[in-house]
Design a protein around this ligand. Structure first.
Ligand code: ATP
Ligand code: MG
Length: 416
């Protein structure tokens, strides 16, 4: 993509009303635009990263048998009354239509998915199955000051699993945990898995995937020796106390919760009468689990963990571009024409191999380099009169200080 056509508008200064690192850098890099607190537009550059995160999540969900569907955001009040959550969920957005009918803007979809199941006859032979969506959620968050980490409107991947037995659910729960670790790793993050309470969903076990970083809103207390970890809010343990599992002294860190896995059991299926016909011919409530990942929060966390003073350093798999070509202008018109011609040739060739952004703007080298660092594409290729005279281009990864000179021929042979 040519930068002059890509609608990329970077900013030297972060917007005054943004406090968090992710929001500042994403706004400066031209990734997002804030409409109001907790509500963001993903600009073309931001959408590229979001799509890559979506792609990774889809791949890993499909790999564990997930089947995708898309549920509505507008939920009738009556459905939420059936589970008691119309009253008990504090951050539920409630709206009224012209005929005084009330609706919730969905913050999560247990009610809707359970409604789909109860309308169908299911036998034990149909179970288990796993349904997921990537869909917009709404939550009336009080503290929406953390950019993409806490939206009031945000994208979530929510997976729901349906089983004939608790034993089967438990097995799948472990499968999902492994898939989550893969997803986060592919996005450049290594969260620890912390035990948590079930929140408004369930009293049974649930886990939070916590990325340890000073930019986090949560605090996680953990053991550096074994894998014991809990959110400090509920742990009843503090740093310096012995680990309940191995007695090593516990530590505390700020953290970002990028994902959550919940045991639902039969809470929703009993409340909403979603049954299956068991082997013995009797009706039994379906055993359920649910599993969420916030896509925007994941993107924000990737920025918090991977940046330097110049801008974002995207992990390879979610970088908006693999290659950022930077053409250094020459004062001599003839030379300029020659290097522009070479840059264009390289651009067209590379396009077939990877995602390429070409800085074809008529601005200073300094401005081009500053923007390239801010945007944070995976690697930068600099073409100038000097490099071309040597039959080479300069290649530098955003996460490294070392530049290499590579012959144009090997670049075209994919030897990056
Ligand atoms: P938190 O305690 O941080 O508010 P939560 O426990 O309410 O999170 P869940 O209901 O488990 O979150 O939602 C599943 C996932 O959705 C979370 O792990 C997180 O990645 C994401 N998420 C939740 N709330 C938000 C939000 N306001 N903005 C962006 N992502 C969110
Ligand atoms: Mg919440």
């Amino acid at each position: 993509m040519r930068q002059t056509e890509a609608f990329i508008r970077t900013k030297r200064e972060a917007p005054k009303d943004e406090q968090s690192v992710n929001a500042k850098l994403l706004a400066r890099g031209g990734y997002v635009d804030k409409l109001t607190s907790g509500v963001y537009t993903f600009l073309p550059l931001g959408l590229r990263v979001l799509r890559k995160i979506e792609h990774i999540i889809r791949e890993e969900m499909n790999a564990i048998g997930g089947v995708e569907l898309l549920m509505p955001a507008l939920h009738p009040k009556e459905l939420w009354e059936e589970t008691g959550r119309w009253k008990s969920v504090d951050d539920l957005y409630k709206i009224k239509d012209r005929q005084e009918r009330e609706f919730a803007l969905g913050p999560t979809h247990e009610e809707v998915i359970t409604d789909i199941l109860r309308k169908r006859t299911l036998s034990y032979k149909d179970l288990p199955f796993y349904l997921y969506q990537i869909q917009t959620k709404f939550r009336d968050e009080l503290r929406a000051k953390s950019g993409l980490l806490r939206g009031r409107e945000f994208l979530m991947k929510d997976l729901y699993s349906f089983h004939a037995s608790e034993e089967d659910r438990k097995k799948y729960y472990e499968t999902v945990k492994k898939a989550y670790i893969k997803i986060f790793k592919r996005c450049g993050l290594s969260p620890i898995v912390a035990e948590a309470s079930g929140g408004s969903f369930s009293k049974e076990s649930s886990h939070e995937f916590q990325v340890r970083t000073p930019g986090g809103e949560d605090i996680v207390v953990f053991c550096a020796k074994c894998d014991w970890a809990k959110n400090v809010e509920i742990a009843g343990k503090k740093a310096g106390e012995p680990c309940p599992s191995c007695t090593h002294l516990l530590k505390e860190d700020k953290s970002i919760e990028v994902g959550n896995t919940f045991t639902l059991g039969t809470k929703f299926s009993e409340a909403m009468k979603a049954f299956f016909v068991a082997k013995d011919g009797r009706n039994k409530p379906i055993v359920m689990g649910c599993y969420g990942i916030g896509l925007g929060r994941l993107m924000g966390a990737a920025v918090v963990v991977n940046h330097d003073e110049k801008g974002i350093v995207w992990p390879h798999e979610i970088a908006p571009f693999d290659v950022h070509i930077i053409l250094l202008q020459s004062k001599d018109a003839k030379t300029q024409k020659r290097i522009a011609g070479e840059a264009e040739k390289l651009y067209h060739k590379l396009q077939g191999l990877s995602a390429v952004l070409w800085d074809d703007r008529d601005v200073s080298a300094g401005e081009k380099f500053a923007d390239a660092d801010l945007i944070g594409a995976y690697r930068r290729i600099v073409i100038s009169e000097k490099t071309l005279d040597a039959g080479k281009v300069e290649v530098k990864r955003r996460d490294s200080n070392k530049a290499r000179f590579v012959s144009t021929r090997s670049i075209l042979n994919q030897e990056l």
